[in-house]
Design a protein around this ligand. Structure first.
Ligand code: CU
Length: 164
């Protein structure tokens, strides 16, 4: 009988471990959902990462820097409409209000991965570390995914850096 009881005990333990893991994430004010890195052709030396940032804390926070071993430089970016032309702008921080969330999505806020050290393939995992204004860091393993282009806004994205 003990043999049959074991698997469910293991399940319970795994469940507890999961609960503990998510609790430690919650102890950190910032939690990340839906993170993804855009799959790009091998010739491309830049790509972008998107995600939803939730601030579970009681005070506003800001992501002030990001880095990744997959890229020489990682920057915080936004798209702005300048006289009808979408341009990318580097930001010094991305603020996340207390109890609120901010979405990094194609055509808007994103993390820019510049000078990729190697081609990224769909299905790869890219390590991305976010640096908060508190000095805390949060390291994520972000899957590389094909991201459909919605509308023409993203057309200028890849060319943005090359075009300057
Ligand atoms: Cu960008």
């Amino acid at each position: 009988m003990a043999h049959f009881a074991l698997p469910s005990l293991r399940c319970a333990l795994a469940g507890m471990a999961l609960a503990l893991a998510s609790q430690s994430v919650l102890a950190q004010p910032l939690s990340i959902e839906n993170a993804q890195v855009r799959a790009v052709p091998p010739v491309s030396t830049t790509t972008a990462a998107f995600m939803v940032m939730h601030n579970r804390g009681d005070s506003d926070l800001a992501v002030v820097d990001a880095r990744s071993p997959a890229a020489g430089v990682t920057e915080l970016h936004n798209h702005v409409d300048v006289d009808g032309v979408m341009q990318m702008r580097r930001l010094t921080e991305i603020g996340v209000p207390a109890g609120g969330s901010v979405e990094l999505a194609p055509g808007g806020l994103h993390l820019m991965l510049i000078d990729l050290v190697a081609p990224l393939h769909e299905g790869d995992e890219v390590e991305v570390t976010l640096v908060l204004d508190s000095g805390e860091t949060l390291t994520l393993s972000v899957p590389v995914q094909r991201i459909e282009v919605m509308g023409g806004g993203m057309q200028g994205h890849g060319g943005g850096h090359r075009g300057h």
